[in-house]
Design a protein around this ligand. Structure first.
Ligand code: ADP
Length: 572
């Protein structure tokens, strides 16, 4: 703004009150008033100069006409003269002249304008954000724009910081929300896990209870046949004089032994299944032949109910690819149960072809099963009838084994039953429609002992009783038996008698085992058939024996039919 002190004398001259004016003394009042006005103007200027904001007065071309002290400080100008050398364009940072002119136009239109503007300090070319309020005014008789500029750098920075903080809070909020969701999910998972733990715990308690019941039951199941065997064996010497009593005792001992063997087989099967070691040997099997054999066998076993085998002759040529021993095992379990639980009426078994499956069934008119038990009887050790009052014998393993075997073979098993009316057990086996193959071994072809007449059979067996049993079975066949006690002797004997017709080779023997002995013999005499005989039902001895060159395989205890069937296959 202009310096008022310098203009004192000029003012006095203009109004005719100069030092030498004669009228000076006449107008002391006027002079006083003028002085007061001048002082007020001065304090107004002081006030304007002390305003912290910058005040810039410029014309419509942008030429700066006046500035206050605040402007000098804000725009880093040394003095007002310098400040007036620059135009509004110079004090604006990076705006096109058109944009600046547009703002002038709007302001000159009469409406005060408030806007944000990037201001420039022309001396060091630095810049800062400002808030400008511009309005028109008349100054020294000219239409001008008075712009009040406020540095809002700090305010913007604070705003920026606030926005950042807000964004951070938003992010944190989102994180918290997602954390919360995760926690909720984890909570659900923990609850599910807890639920599973509870179920597992209940199962463990139940399984513990079942195992205890099983052990008690098992002990009973083992002791009963053992008592029979031991009791009647001790009576044998007394029965020497009575053929009838002797045969009766022997028959009881055999029955008890078979019971024991079945139990042991079941336990071994279960362990094999649970250890994932159950192997299958599927072959093409003619279903009708198989069913007829089953029927023939069961017709000869005692049963209170009539046994009916339901097969259709139009399926006579139907074969399936299945492990027939496992299939027989399933049928044996179901038919033995049906016989056990049926005291009158009939037991029917047969099959139907349904949806690429063979659906076998065993139906009885026995005691039936209550609906709440039709599922659990397929679990290990489960029996409907438990406790000391138990009427029916059994271990509760049979159906669990059937279920596991069938599932491993790609089938399933279920029961439909009415209490006191009877039950029908159904099970399926995947079907492969194939005509009977010429290569299918006829496992149960009638065996003629004539075939062994005059043949030399080497029996490598270290256990005397086992040899005696084989000798007993083959003695009627007029075959010549040579007995050796270990694998090395077997090798030696074959060298001396290369015309031997058949070897029954025990696997576990002292000096040299049967597998090694077979390997050596087969190297020089591949034509001599060797049948492996082993007591290891657990291990994969069959595979090992066949791999060593054995032509057949027999599991101990040897049964007559199996022995003859194996020999039948080897001796042509
Ligand atoms: P086990 O016969 O040795 O007890 P299973 O697993 O074969 O064992 O059978 C389990 C239970 O299922 C039997 O104890 C019996 O309660 C019930 N069950 C099985 N088959 C029949 C059937 N045909 N009629 C009635 N109940 C049966």
């Amino acid at each position: 703004m202009g310096d008022l002190q310098d203009r004192d004398s000029l003012r006095d001259k203009i109004i005719g009150l100069g030092e030498n004016s004669a009228r000076k003394s006449y107008y002391p009042e006027l002079q006083k008033k003028i002085k007061e006005l001048e002082e007020r103007e001065q304090s107004l200027y002081d006030l304007i100069n002390n305003i912290f904001d910058a005040i810039i007065i410029h014309d419509e071309e942008g030429t700066v006409l006046a500035v206050n002290e605040g402007m000098l400080a804000m725009y880093r100008m040394p003095d007002k003269e310098t400040a007036l050398q620059y135009t509004i364009m110079d004090y604006s940072f990076g705006y096109e002249p058109d944009v600046v002119k547009e703002v002038f136009k709007k302001t000159l239109g009469g409406k005060p304008q408030i806007f944000e503007w990037r201001a420039r300090r022309p001396l060091d070319n630095s810049s800062f954000e400002s808030e400008v309020s511009a309005r028109t005014a008349t100054w020294q008789g000219k239409k001008v724009i008075i712009a009040t500029v406020r540095d809002i750098t700090e305010r913007l920075q604070t705003q920026l910081k606030l926005i950042e903080r807000e964004q951070q809070l938003e992010c944190q909020n989102e994180e918290l929300i997602s954390l919360n969701e995760e926690l909720a999910e984890q909570n659900v998972r923990i609850e599910q896990f807890n639920e599973q733990l509870k179920i597992a715990n209940n199962k463990a308690v139940e399984s513990d209870r079942l195992k205890t019941a099983f052990l008690a039951n098992m002990s009973h199941e083992i002791r009963t046949p053992l008592n029979g065997i031991l009791g009647f064996t001790s009576l044998l010497p007394e029965a020497r004089n009575s053929d009838e009593a002797f045969e009766k005792y022997i028959s009881i001992i055999q029955t008890c032994s078979n019971q024991l063997l079945t139990l042991i087989d079941d336990i071994i099967d279960l362990s094999k299944i649970e250890a994932g070691m159950m192997n299958f040997n599927p072959q093409l099997l003619n279903i009708n032949n198989f069913m007829q054999q089953l029927c023939a066998y069961y017709k000869s076993t005692p049963s209170k109910a009539e046994l009916i085998c339901d097969i259709e002759s139009r399926n006579d040529e139907l074969t399936i690819f299945v492990d027939q021993e496992r299939l027989r095992q399933v049928f044996n379990n179901l038919l033995n149960n049906a016989i056990k639980f049926t005291s009158s009426g009939k037991i029917t078994f047969g099959y139907h072809i349904k949806n690429q499956e063979v659906e076998f069934y065993v139906s009885d008119t026995g005691i039936g099963i209550a609906p709440e038990n039709t599922e659990i009887i397929f679990e290990h050790f489960r029996q409907v009838d438990v406790g000391f009052t138990k009427k029916y014998r059994g271990t509760g393993l049979g159906l669990a084994i059937c279920k596991a075997l069938l599932e491993l073979m790609g089938g399933r098993i279920w029961v439909e039953s009415v209490l006191d009316k009877g039950s029908t057990f159904y099970f399926t086996v995947p079907l492969s429609f194939e005509k009977e193959d010429a290569n299918v071994p006829e496992a149960n072809k009638a065996f003629s002992v004539e075939a062994l007449k005059g043949k030399t059979i080497l029996v490598a067996e270290d256990e005397e009783f086992n040899y005696m049993f084989i000798n007993e079975l083959l003695s009627k066949a007029d075959a010549k038996l040579i007995h050796v006690l270990d694998g090395a002797k077997a090798v030696e004997t074959v060298k001396q008698n290369p015309s031997i017709d058949l070897i029954l080779m025990d696997i576990k023997m002292p000096v040299m085992n049967g597998i090694d002995a077979t390997r050596i013999i087969k190297k020089t005499y591949p034509q001599i058939p060797v049948i492996a005989v082993t007591a290891y039902a657990m291990a994969d001895d069959k595979e090992k024996a066949l791999e060593a060159g054995c032509d057949g395989y027999l599991a101990k205890p040897i049964n007559k039919a199996a022995l003859f069937a194996a020999i039948n296959q080897c001796i042509k």
